[in-house]
Design a protein around this ligand. Structure first.
Ligand code: ADP
Length: 326
C-alpha cells in the first residue's frame, strides 16, 4: 500500500562516460519494508544504493522520499543512512564515541550524544562493551557497532551494502536474523544489497532483481522465486530448470523434477553428477543435450541411489511448468 512516506526512484540513471551503470529505473520501496536489491556483480546494485544515499551523483532522474526530491541533498540531510561493506570503525575512538560521531559532527552536546549512542548500543545488544576500543571486538561485534552508528541519526531508510559478506557462514545466518529483528522493531525501510539468493529469500519482504543496469523483476520473495518472469530470473534465483516446450521457455522447479528408474515414465536422461546436501540430494542429469537438476529428498534418493553414468528417466507434472517471457 502506498503511504506517501515511501522512497521512490524515478527514472534513476547513472552514467560513467559512455557506460550506463543504472539505466532509468523506476521503483517504489514501501515504507517500513525490508527490501533486497539482488543481482550479479556489476549489474548496478551498489551504484543505485549510493545514489539513494547521496554518495554518488545522479546523472538523470530522481530519488523521492516523503514526496520530496532528495537527489541533490547532501547525505546527512536526506533521512537515509548507509552501512558500508567494510564497516571500518575509527580505531582511536571507543565504541560509544564511534556511535555518537555523527552527532558530534552536528554539534550536539556530549550528554545528548552519549544518551543517543547508549540507546542504539542497547538496541544492538552492545551496551556492555560501550567503553571498548574497536580492536577489542570480534567481527560480528564490530558490525553491530557499525549498525548502531548508522542508526543513531534516526534515518527513515537504512541502506546496507553487502553487510554480511565479511562474516563466516555461521555468523552470517545469525546476523541476518538480527538484521530482520532490528528492522521489525524499528519499523523503518531497510534496503540491503546482496548477490546471494539465499540471503535475499531469507530476509526480504520484497526482492528487486537487477540485471544489466535495469530492474528485471520486483515482488515478494516467494513470487520472485516461484514465478520468475524471465529466464534470467529463473536461472539467477536458482533451484529451477529452464526447458523449451512448444518453442516457449518454461521454468520447472528442481524439487518438482522427478527422478525415476530407467523404463519408467518420463524422458531418458543420464546422471552426470550427484551431490549430497544433507536433507536432499542434488542429481544432475543430461536430457536431450540439456543438463537438468533434480532435488531429491534424501530418503527417496537412498531408497534407490543413482551414480554418474547411470540411465534414468526424468519426469514432472505438466502443471508445474511455469511459462517465461520469451
Ligand atoms: P554491483 O553493485 O551490482 O556489483 P555496481 O553498481 O558497483 O554493480 O557497478 C555497475 C557498473 O558500473 C559496473 O559495470 C561498474 O564497473 C561500473 N562502475 C561502478 N562504479 C564506477 C566508477 N566509479 N567509474 C566507472 N564505472 C563504474
Amino acid at each position: 500500500m502506498r503511504t506517501g512516506k515511501d522512497l521512490e526512484l524515478v527514472g534513476l540513471t547513472k552514467r560513467y562516460g559512455d557506460a550506463v551503470a543504472v539505466a532509468g529505473i523506476d521503483h517504489v520501496f514501501s515504507n517500513g519494508s525490508y527490501v533486497c536489491l539482488l543481482g550479479p556483480s556489476g549489474c548496478g546494485k551498489s551504484t543505485t544504493l549510493r545514489m539513494i544515499a547521496g554518495h554518488e551523483s545522479v546523472s538523470d532522474g530522481s530519488v523521492v522520499l516523503d514526496g520530496k526530491d532528495i537527489s541533490r541533498l547532501p547525505p546527512a540531510k536526506r533521512g537515509t543512512a548507509m552501512m558500508f561493506q567494510s564497516y571500518a570503525l575509527f580505531p582511536h575512538l571507543s565504541v560509544r564515541d564511534n556511535v555518537s560521531f555523527s552527532l558530534r559532527m552536528k554539534g550536539e552536546a556530549k550528554e545528548v550524544r552519549h544518551k543517543a549512542a547508549d540507546e542504539m548500543l542497547e538496541l544492538v545488544d552492545m551496551s556492555h562493551l560501550a567503553d571498548r576500543m574497536p580492536d577489542q571486538l570480534s567481527g560480528g561485534q564490530q558490525q553491530r557497532v557499525a549498525l548502531a552508528r548508522a542508526l543513531v541519526t534516526r534515518p527513515r531508510v537504512l541502506l546496507l551494502d553487502e553487510p554480511l559478506s565479511a562474516l563466516d557462514p555461521f555468523l552470517r545466518i545469525r546476523v541476518r536474523a538480527e538484521l530482520k529483528r532490528l528492522q521489525r522493531e524499528l519499523g523503518i525501510t531497510f534496503i540491503h544489497v546482496t548477490h546471494g539468493q539465499d540471503e535475499a529469500l531469507a530476509l526480504a519482504d520484497e526482492i528487486v532483481v537487477m540485471n544489466n543496469a535495469v530492474i528485471e523483476q520486483a515482488g515478494p520473495a516467494r513470487d520472485v522465486f516461484s514465478a520468475p518472469r524471465t529466464e534470467f530470473v529463473a536461472r539467477f534465483m536458482g533451484g529451477h530448470n529452464v526447458l523449451t516446450v512448444d518453442g516457449t521457455p518454461c521454468a520447472l522447479r528442481a524439487d518438482h523434477t522427478l527422478l525415476a528408474p530407467a523404463g519408467a515414465g518420463g524422458r531418458d536422461a543420464v546422471v552426470t553428477s550427484v551431490e549430497y546436501q544433507g536433507d536432499r540430494v542434488a542429481v544432475t542429469a543430461r536430457m536431450e543435450g540439456e543438463e537438468l537438476l533434480a532435488l531429491v529428498p534424501d530418503a527417496a534418493f537412498f531408497a534407490d541411489p543413482k551414480s554418474p553414468g547411470e540411465a534414468v528417466r526424468l519426469s514432472w507434472d505438466e502443471g508445474r511448468l511455469h511459462r517465461l517471457q520469451a
